[in-house]
Ligand binder design. Structure first.
Ligand code: HDD
Length: 713
């Protein structure tokens, strides 16, 4: 058995260590008979007939025509012809993983949801991360919102928390969702661009719809180019309710915080990755799980007592608003760990069907009009995407809790209901299945009995009317380099907009109302007249900055799981490589040795040295940092190798930590670079690691950014 298989096998086992799923493969197979393993099995048709020849169609003679009676060929080709299902309307590109959720304690004062009561209980989860705009085959690192959908397989039924990596949304009412999506999707005449929002229809729509201003500035920030799926925050976006056994309801906002910290790519890197490693995010997630660097997120809630619903400067029901953490801090509830990769992408990641309407007793909705519309949309879309109303029977969607009801038949029904009475009440089947009255635990679902006394109208509440204060709060909360990135992103995207009237409208009607400085810088970059003032009066708000919104404040205190490229050629000092690898391993970071080609190197001591890949095979954009060990011959070779020099310049330009050891310090002259907080050089590996690791821990050398602009990589 190979080492890789052992790791995969181990993580698979770890993922089943729950009261619900078994902790051995044998038990898993018993609970999940649909997981098919063909090892040692005969090749058969779908009717169970063993196949003798899978190479040749049945023909009249070896050079003659094929025969229609060849049921084996026809079955195979027919099935193949229907292999594709429609991709998701939005969020088509995604990656998924299994794991579990564990509560930190007993949260029964807050909710009667069973999975939040007992720290000993591990609730299985399946998570799917996604981009929004692009089709199934589009790039992972495009500028876009990321979906963050979690299915909790609780004992009381499935709870789906279908969120994003940003805490707000583009629109306030679900009826505008088709308009918004049609605008952001590629232009209808030529289906360009794939995966991005830098085009006329998107900016036409958002410049006409000021409620989108807050979410658009998030989408123009570094949050829209996350470093990895495991370095993203997640948000439930809407206000939900948690209800306890006494029937007390509180409003909550759900938050996922990655223990690995929240950080992003830089724009040039994101663009290059989209070509050099289209699968960058899904590969990173997959490999992290295979190497047992299990990604983790803390689930927390901001809690608002019912009587404080109207205490805010915005409406809790407005999904274009967040509650600053400085006003309502996050109460941690538990932790999610992803520790098992899917066995089959299609059966699990592609067929998983989320719906914000999948909730369990102890959780309830608010009247957010965006959420209310979503409650309808998801089930509706599954019906056409997954071919009928029985998608809940697909293995990945099946709740662990049993399900019995009077629903019958329809396409792809796989349950064989034994009873005679598919209706309720009945006497023929003894009245079964029966309702369960609500109870403190294990009761039937009961909606929170909110009192409603209102006119039936199509109208938006005036309390939804402030579209710019929180966009401004977000901009003001950014560090200077984050602000620069936002200005650059608006300038880049609007620069791709062909119609000048749209560019001008976004600058004058939206950006000038968020922040005049921002609007002026973007106007300047677009060659537009500088706006003199906004079109809407600035509202007075109590909070000017929310530090919790800046990623500068969300870094982890560790270099665990970070990836370092070691560049070497023949004659390298292998002792320096060993010392660096050892130091990285001690910190839980990973190293890959890269040579000019994939062929083994000859170290200075004459010994052969296997490399992990060539420098072209694993480009600098796939790493967090670069180390160049000494060894005169190796450094000489690298100094004359355009690929190696470009590698280092690119890492420098992307503000990554670089350590040059021994003779490698000479490369500073070749590259015409000066040392800085993250570009370190020295003889002793041990001494180098201190500054090198500190710089990796800071994620990027932001102080270098202005200088790095001049580097032509
Ligand atoms: Fe949505 C998919 C998140 C508004 C309609 N949405 C989808 C997915 C995520 C979100 C993460 C992918 C789930 C997966 O991985 O399979 N959507 C959101 C968030 C929203 C939001 C956080 C606002 C706060 N969505 C929204 C509205 C509507 C939809 C207002 C319709 C009225 N969303 C859909 C959909 C999708 C979907 C068309 C496509 C595939 C699917 O549902 O299963 O129904």
């Amino acid at each position: 058995m190979s080492t890789k298989k052992t790791a995969a096998e181990k993580s698979r086992l770890a993922g089943t260590d729950t009261p619900d799923r078994a902790n051995t493969n044998a038990k898993l197979d018993r609970l999940e008979p649909f997981r098919s393993d063909a090892t040692g099995q005969a090749l058969r048709t779908n009717q169970g007939v063993k196949i003798a020849d899978n190479q040749n169609t049945l023909k009249a003679g070896d050079r003659g025509p094929s025969l229609l009676e060849d049921f084996i060929m026809r079955e195979k080709i027919t099935h193949f012809d229907h292999e594709r299902i429609p991709e998701r309307i939005v969020h088509a590109r995604g990656a998924g993983a299994h794991g579990f959720f564990q509560s930190y304690g007993n949260h029964s004062a807050l909710t009667k949801a069973g999975f939040l009561q007992d720290p000993a209980k591990k609730t299985p989860v399946f998570v799917r991360f996604s981009t929004v705009q692009g089709p199934r085959g589009s790039g992972d690192t495009v500028r876009d919102v990321r979906g963050f959908a979690v299915k909790f397989f609780t004992e009381e039924g499935n709870f789906d928390l279908v969120g994003n990596n940003m805490p707000v949304f583009f629109i306030q009412d679900a009826v505008k969702f088709p308009d918004f999506v049609h605008a952001v999707k590629p232009e209808p005449h030529n289906e360009i661009p794939t995966g991005g929002s830098a085009h006329d229809t998107f900016w036409d729509f958002v410049s006409l719809v000021p409620e989108s201003a807050h979410m658009v500035i998030w989408a123009m920030s570094d949050r829209a180019i996350p470093k990895s799926l495991r370095s993203m925050q997640g948000f439930g976006v809407h206000t939900f309710r948690l209800v306890n056994a006494e029937g007390t309801s509180r409003f909550v906002k759900f938050h996922w915080r990655p223990t690995a910290g929240t950080c992003s790519l830089v724009w040039d890197e994101a663009q290059k990755l989209a070509g050099k490693d289209t699968d960058h995010h899904r590969r990173d997630l997959w490999e992290a799980i295979e190497t047992e660097d299990y990604p983790e997120w803390e689930l927390g809630v901001q809690i608002i007592e019912e009587q404080h619903e109207h205490d805010f400067e915005f409406d809790l029901l407005d999904p274009t608003k967040l509650i600053p953490e400085e006003i309502v801090p996050i109460t941690p509830l538990g932790k999610m760990t992803l520790n098992r990769n899917p066995d089959n992408f299609f059966a699990e990641t592609e067929q998983v069907a989320f719906c914000p309407g999948h909730i369990v007793p102890g959780i309830d909705f608010s009247n957010d009009p965006l959420l209310q519309g979503r409650l309808f949309s998801y089930t509706d879309t599954q019906i056409s995407r997954l071919g009928g109303p029985n998608f809940h029977e697909l293995p990945i969607n099946r709740p662990l809790a049993p399900f019995h009801n009077g629903q019958r038949d329809a396409q792809h029904r796989s349950t064989l209901d034994k009873g005679r009475a598919a209706y309720e009440p009945n006497s023929i089947d003894g009245g079964w299945p029966k309702e369960t009255p609500p109870a403190a635990q294990d009761g039937g679902f009961e909606s929170y009995p909110e009192r409603i006394d209102a006119n039936k109208i199509r109208q938006r509440s005036e309390s939804f009317g402030d579209h710019f204060s929180q966009a401004r709060l977000f901009f003001n909360s950014m560090s200077p380099h984050e602000q620069e990135h936002i200005i650059a992103a608006y300038s880049f995207e609007l620069g791709k907009v062909e119609r000048e009237a749209i560019r001008a409208r976004e600058v004058n009607d939206i950006l000038a109302n968020i922040d005049l400085g921002l609007a002026r810088r973007v106007a300047e970059n677009l060659g537009l007249p500088t706006p003199a003032k906004g079109t809407v009066a600035v509202r007075k708000t109590s909070l000017k900055r929310s530090p919790a919104l800046s990623q500068v404040n969300l870094l982890p205190d560790t270099i665990k799981t970070r990836k370092v490229a070691i560049l070497a050629a023949n004659g390298v000092d292998s002792a320096a490589i060993d010392a660096m690898k050892k130091a990285l391993k001690a910190e839980g970071a990973h190293a890959k040795l890269l040579g000019p080609t994939s062929a083994p190197l000859k170290a200075a001591n004459g010994k052969p040295l296997a490399v992990d890949a060539s420098m072209e095979g694993m480009p600098s954009v796939a790493f967090d940092a670069v180390f160049v060990p000494g060894g005169a011959a190796s450094v000489n070779a690298l100094g004359g190798d355009g690929v190696a020099l470009h590698y280092l310049l690119e890492a420098y330009k992307h503000l990554k930590a670089i350590a040059l050891q021994g003779e490698a310090e000479q490369l500073l002259d070749v590259l015409k670079l000066e040392k800085d907080a993250g570009l370190v050089a020295g003889k002793d590996v041990g001494a180098l690691t201190q500054a090198f690791f500190a710089a990796i821990g800071q994620h990027r050398v932001w102080a270098r950014e202005a200088k790095a602009k001049a580097v032509p990589a």
